[in-house]
Write a protein that binds this ligand. Structure first.
Ligand code: GSH
Length: 419
């Protein structure tokens, strides 16, 4: 008889047990008509898990909560299951990677994603910390996977199942290609895993997100459903179902159609931003003659605008690495504008306080509203639209694109590019 797993059908924590079951020939079924935010608030569910959290597995010996424990239980149901490796050291390393997947990967993805989904308050500092901690973890994982196909040994183990489920939520919700491309071995690993038959039976087709979700206002905690008067129960409801109150889980939300970015509705431009980015990246010599000239040949002043930015608080830039991190953080947060922008940021001066100045190319005639709304760094800079009929301003654009040194009479500490 199948064991019953209480979870929504898109819950990545539930997927861990379902994939382990597929790999082990164990029968596990999702509870019928499970409704997140409703079914997990009932007294019967709270008896199984007083936290009211999902997943929960009902077993002949009683319920189990915590998705990793559930996946371990399902795995143990098959004697000598290779998902636990072949030796004590394999087993220890599987446990090591399960902890790593939970603490170093899942937790940091959650700290980045949940505030953006409106489940917990958003603060830029926390986001910055989560992203840099996640990058550190993905970096370590990438290094391991550069010489290993699987996390442990030469076949799939429970560690791969749990790691893949945790990466899955990152890949589909917030980690864009431009973010993950820094970790090519993690990418290879993830796509190999999700395409294995036992994984794809559960996960279906997996598509990487193409944008970082904008910050949403905070969601109210779910309210338990009011019980209806008895006689009302007999009458089938004719009116359309009301939208259910959201619960604090990203996986349970019905996918909403993404509104089109207003910049996609602008008249087409002859300037293809990616072509410019390619030219910029591929020009190694004669930069002036090739890249800068190419830029002005391509530039479409009707479809795009150029902007200078000047950091308002240069006096605070007294420590070089802190200043550089600040600029890197800004560029990270601009990820959401990658399709519509190119930027250069110069950190200027050979000693503190350093000046931070930049040049940005944006689609359209204005700084895009969604960038102003989503990227808090924008207000830390003074923004001035470039007048391209003024040769001096045009030359300043050239110097910034080129990382010309000295720049306005000073050495460059660093020049960063957003492309
Ligand atoms: N550590 C738990 C986390 C469980 C968890 O947070 N589940 C979410 C859904 S993915 C939930 O039930 N949220 C409802 C709530 O927090 O009240 C596990 O791995 O099972």
């Amino acid at each position: 008889m199948a064991l019953i797993l209480y979870a929504g059908s898109t819950n990545k924590n539930g997927f861990k047990a379902l994939i382990a079951a597929e790999c082990s020939g164990v029968q596990v079924e999702l509870a019928k008509n499970f409704e997140m935010g409703v079914s997990n608030k009932t007294p019967e569910f709270l008896k199984m898990n007083p936290m009211g959290k999902v997943p929960v597995l009902e077993t002949p010996d009683g319920p189990i909560s915590e998705s990793n424990a559930i996946a371990r239980y399902v795995t143990r149901l098959k004697a000598d299951n290779p998902l636990f490796g072949y030796s004590l050291i394999d087993y220890a390393r599987i446990e090591q990677w399960i902890d790593f997947a939970s603490i170093e990967i899942d937790a940091n993805i959650s700290w980045w994603l949940y505030p953006r989904m409106g489940y917990i308050p958003f603060t830029a500092v926390v986001e910055e910390f989560a992203i840099s901690a996640l990058k550190r973890s993905l970096g370590a994982l990438n290094t391991h996977l550069s010489t290993n196909t699987y996390l442990v040994g030469h076949s799939v183990t429970l560690a791969d199942i749990i790691m893949t489920c945790n990466l899955y939520i990152g890949f589909i919700q917030i980690m864009t290609k431009s973010f993950t491309s820094e970790f090519p071995h993690v990418e290879r690993y993830f796509w190999t895993m999700v395409n294995q038959p036992n994984f794809s039976k559960v996960l279906g087709e997996v598509k990487q997100t193409d944008s970082v979700p904008p910050v949403q206002s905070q969601k109210k905690p779910a309210q338990p459903k009011q019980s209806k008067p008895k006689e009302a129960k007999k009458e089938p409801k004719k009116e359309p179902a009301k939208p259910k109150v959201e619960d604090a889980v990203e996986e349970e939300e019905a996918p909403k159609p993404k509104p089109k970015n207003p910049l996609d509705l602008l008249p087409p431009s002859k300037m293809i931003l990616d072509e410019w980015k390619r030219l910029y990246s591929n020009t190694k010599t004669n930069f002036r003659e090739v890249a800068i000239k190419g830029f002005w040949d391509m530039y479409d002043p009707e479809g795009y605008s150029l902007w200078f930015c000047d950091y308002k608080y240069n006096d605070e830039n007294t420590v070089s690495f802190v200043t550089l991190n600040k600029v890197s953080g800004f560029l990270q947060r601009m990820d959401l504008a990658r399709k519509y922008a190119f930027g250069k940021m110069l950190v200027i001066g050979s000693e503190p306080p350093y000046k931070v100045k930049g040049l940005w190319l944006f689609r359209g005639q204005h700084i895009p509203q969604f960038v102003l709304d989503e990227c808090y760094d924008m207000e830390l800079y003074e923004w001035t639209k470039v007048d391209i009929t003024d040769e001096a301003q045009k030359e300043r654009v050239n110097a910034m694109i080129e990382d010309q040194e000295p720049f306005e009479g000073e050495a460059l500490l660093d020049a960063k590019c957003f492309k």
